[in-house]
Design a protein around this ligand. Structure first.
Ligand code: GAP
Length: 462
């Protein structure tokens, strides 16, 4: 573990989460590393370190629980990344999943035409160097590769650009195997790939990322009602995760923004350090997807309503589509804080703290012996062993106790258990809370229940 737990906020960004600070903290503490760093890095791809993978897994777990465990009519699926290439013709991705691209003939910079000032585009003038821009051309975002040894068009296959299609093509399998009745949903978490023209802002927009998608199948005519219902549920989910709600807002897609499949769409946007950006989309996909898959596969994709005179129809789909890796960036930004906690005139006066909800923090409890000697380390190890079955734990005996608290604050660990001489005498330990820095004495035998209760009742104060 690094000893450098504090950034001294003596500049204009004091106390604020900037993308530079988040990126540097993420690397320093092992949340996120640049992919293939020793070879100079790979654009558009990132690796998740020891704390990062824990946070990502817990975030995915929270979403999964919210979708499947708490909704009787939503079941899970894990479909393959490689799908039959006809899938992407049916879905409209081969034809429509494109970005407009322009290049500068002089400095060779590449831009998304819709992300540069309109006057530059109309004058064909590079926003970076003033050089001449090429005509706008369409660029398909799907990664193409070949399956098998022959690299011809017959073996061409795509890496999925969204997890949703794996759900649509399995919708009948799920009905038949799980006896689901409309309305019902299928949830899935998995990798998706997009050949993004511009990847910037750390892990916000990457070529390889993870999505958490849920497709809810409904009877046509009830779609608008379900669309509103899922918007409400997704909003409530972020509140439950302890996100600062004043940093979230809705954005309804205008006619020109709607994806080729969408009848209506709202984004939940988060106020990232670089401004308001999409975090998750809730889409009314109408009967577009199942209709097209029926057409392209020749299979009957109609739902047969056994309880209603075998009425047949193509269901409408309400989709909630969140980026897992993007949500992890949101969590880092949302949790980030810098606070003055002492007045000694040195770097130790400040702490950097990540206020993750305890249910998703990478480490839940750190056990710290006040001293290594006099049997305190052994006692602390023993307490850690006891806590391990129930919580993600860490153990740290290196350096001054204040420094160790700061290291845990910076990793977002909500609880520290300190083992001291009194612990040896009467079996009590100190439980320290990350947010308030308050400490209480707790009987060792009551520790697990107390931490469980604290997690359940957690409310973020600042
Ligand atoms: N199935 C619908 C769909 O994929 P989308 O708006 O293209 O809709 C959904 O993507 C979510 O996936 C976004 O809100 C975002 O969180 C995440 N996402 C999309 N492209 C991404 C990228 N290049 N890098 C990271 N996350 C991305």
């Amino acid at each position: 573990m690094s000893d450098q737990t504090n950034e001294h906020p003596d500049d204009a960004s004091a106390g604020k989460a900037t993308m530079e600070k988040i990126t540097s903290l993420a690397k320093r503490r092992g949340f996120v590393f640049q992919s293939s760093e020793i070879y100079g890095g790979q654009n558009g791809a990132w690796d998740y370190g020891p704390l990062g993978v824990e946070l990502k897994n817990r975030l995915a777990g929270a979403w999964w629980k919210e979708m499947t465990q708490l909704n009787d009519n939503v079941v899970g699926l894990d479909a393959a990344i490689l799908m039959h290439p006809r899938t992407w013709e049916a879905s409209g991705h081969v034809e429509n999943f494109t970005d407009p691209l322009v290049d500068c003939k002089k400095c060779k910079a590449r831009f998304r035409a819709d992300q540069i000032p309109a006057e530059n585009l109309s004058a064909k003038k590079c926003p970076d160097c003033g050089g001449e821009l090429t005509d706008t051309r369409k660029f398909n975002l799907m990664f193409r590769t070949h399956i098998g040894p022959a690299e011809d068009s017959a073996s061409e296959i795509y890496l999925r650009p969204e997890t949703a299609q794996g759900i649509f093509v399995n919708y009948k399998n799920v009905i038949q195997s799980s006896r689901m009745k409309i309305p019902f949903g299928i949830a899935q978490i998995g990798k998706a790939f997009r050949n993004e023209i511009v990847t910037k802002n750390f892990i916000f927009r990457t070529c390889e990322f993870e999505q958490m998608e849920m497709q809810f199948f409904v009877k046509p005519g009830t779609d608008e009602e379900w669309f509103d219902e899922w918007r409400k549920r997704r909003w409530a989910y972020y509140e439950k995760l302890g996100i600062r709600m004043d940093r979230l807002r809705w954005h309804q897609h205008g006619k020109d923004e709607l994806a080729h499949y969408a009848k209506d769409a709202y984004d939940i946007e988060y106020l990232f350090p670089m401004g308001w950006r999409e975090l998750e989309g809730v889409h009314n996909r109408s009967d577009y997807d199942l209709g097209r898959h029926g057409q392209y596969s020749g299979k009957d994709m109609q739902y047969i309503d056994q309880e209603n005179n075998t009425e047949r129809y193509i269901p409408y789909i309400i989709e909630t589509s969140a980026g897992l890796t993007r949500a992890l960036l949101m969590l880092l930004c949302d949790a980030y804080g810098e606070e003055k906690v002492a007045d000694k005139g040195n770097d130790d006066d400040w702490r950097t703290v990540l206020r993750f909800h305890p249910a998703i923090a990478p480490v839940t409890v750190a056990v710290l012996p006040l001293m290594k000697k006099d049997g305190l380390a052994e006692l602390a190890q023993d307490i850690r062993r006891e806590l391990k079955e129930d919580f993600a734990t860490d153990y740290d005996q290196a350096g001054a106790i204040g420094r160790r608290y700061r290291r845990q604050d910076e990793a977002g660990t909500p609880f520290c258990v300190t083992v001291d001489y009194e612990s040896k005498e009467n079996g009590t330990v100190t439980l320290r809370f990350r947010d308030s820095m308050e400490q209480v004495r707790v009987n060792r035998a009551e520790l697990i229940d107390r931490i469980r209760k604290e997690i359940k009742e957690y409310k973020r104060a600042n």
